[in-house]
Design a protein around this ligand. Structure first.
Ligand code: NAD
Length: 337
């Protein structure tokens, strides 16, 4: 039985890298059927709505989505559709694996999965100005909301992920020495959950600033990292930098009732329409999706073909130091399959 997937090509380079990814999935024989839907700027053009009801209805049905990048207007205009989708489907776990795939980079042995809480913390949008003495913006206040339930489910997700993927260690990252209440609660709950996995998965904790430094000094000492929204946002970009940048960084947004997989990068307006974008990050996101639905062998085979193409280095897109366009790179990956 094929699995139904909501496919959202997105804006900018999105449609090009989505076509390439679907071509590779089909060449690998993935048993998927696609319900193609719009979101972002493309949906504004077609439906005058960046997140149309039909797209939401499709994800409700399939509970699985593969999504290209979406344009978010800076300043005015509509709010981020990516954030709205995470909220609409309570996609509480943001999972970002980063592994060294190309020889000759700065680090040889990076293999880190960062799991970030996606729905609470400092990003919940409870903010206001405090007027004092006629100055309407004399002070500003943003609330970092951490809950016991939210901390418990993200840490548990992290440990379950570690068990399911044969990983040995979870590092809880926090700032409980200063943020004694919010970060303190996350750490307290995290340590409680960790006890249930004692003997199976090791647990350690790191203060976020020290963690940022150790990631650069000794990235090979990390395995799975679980942290709150803001710290996860910052550290996940740092970690993608350790393994060659955004072009190779996939992400999954997982909830109890739906999962959405995407590339970490944006719409790349500077190269959109030129046919030269690297489909790698979206392809790796599609592999995470295959893992999620239990088709792990096929995911591994596609990753191997992709890595072989990277290692051979003959047919690479420009961001990877080559001269190939999206189509030629895609053909090379299919040949390696
Ligand atoms: P970006 O990731 O689009 O681009 C940053 C740089 O990386 C650019 O030079 C771009 O050419 C390059 N790049 C990115 N992906 C590439 C790929 N696959 N192949 C080759 N080169 C690639 O970031 P930005 O310019 O800050 O954002 C552009 C738009 O994307 C904005 O509207 C932003 O809101 C949106 N965005 C969306 C998402 C998402 O939907 N998940 C994520 C980030 C940014």
């Amino acid at each position: 039985m094929p699995t139904h997937v909501t496919l959202i090509p997105g804006d900018g380079i999105g449609p090009g890298i989505t076509d390439a990814t679907v071509r590779i999935l089909e060449a690998a024989g993935a048993e998927l059927t696609y319900d193609q839907q719009l979101a972002g700027m493309a949906a504004v053009a077609a439906h005058n709505d960046p997140m149309p009801d039909v797209t939401i209805a499709s994800i409700k049905r399939t509970r699985l989505a593969l999504k290209g990048p979406l344009e978010t207007p800076v300043g005015g205009g509509y709010r981020s559709v990516n954030v709205a989708l995470r909220k609409a489907f309570d996609l509480y776990a943001n999972v970002r694996p980063a592994r060294t795939m190309r020889p000759g980079g700065r680090y040889e042995n990076v293999d880190i999965v960062l799991i970030r809480e996606n729905t609470e913390g400092l990003y919940i949008g409870i903010e206001h100005y405090i007027p004092i003495d006629g100055d309407p913006k004399a002070a500003a206040e943003s609330v970092a909301l951490i809950t016991r339930a939210g901390s418990e489910r993200i840490v548990r997700y992290g440990f379950e992920y570690a068990v399911a993927h044969g990983r040995k260690k979870v590092t809880l990252v926090h700032k409980a020495n200063i943020l004694k209440y919010s970060s303190g609660l996350f750490l307290e709950v995290g340590k409680e959950v960790a006890k249930e996995y004692a003997g199976r998965v090791e647990c350690e904790d790191r203060i976020v600033d020290a963690c940022a430094m150790q990631l650069v000094m000794k990235p090979e000492s990390f395995d799975v990292i679980v942290t709150t929204n803001l710290f996860g946002d910052i550290l996940s970009d740092e970690i993608s930098g350790l393994v060659g940048g955004l072009g190779l960084a996939p992400g999954g947004n997982i909830g109890a009732h739906a999962a959405l997989f995407e590339a970490v990068h944006g719409t790349a307006p500077d190269i959109a329409g030129k046919g030269i974008a690297n489909p790698g990050a979206l392809l790796l996101a599609a592999c995470m999706m295959l893992d999620h639905i239990g088709d792990t062998k096929r995911a591994a085979r596609i990753r191997q073909a992709f890595e072989r193409t990277l290692r051979e280095g003959k047919t690479l897109t420009r961001d990877l130091g080559g001269k190939a366009n999206t189509e030629q790179f895609t053909d090379a990956i299919i040949a390696a399959l």
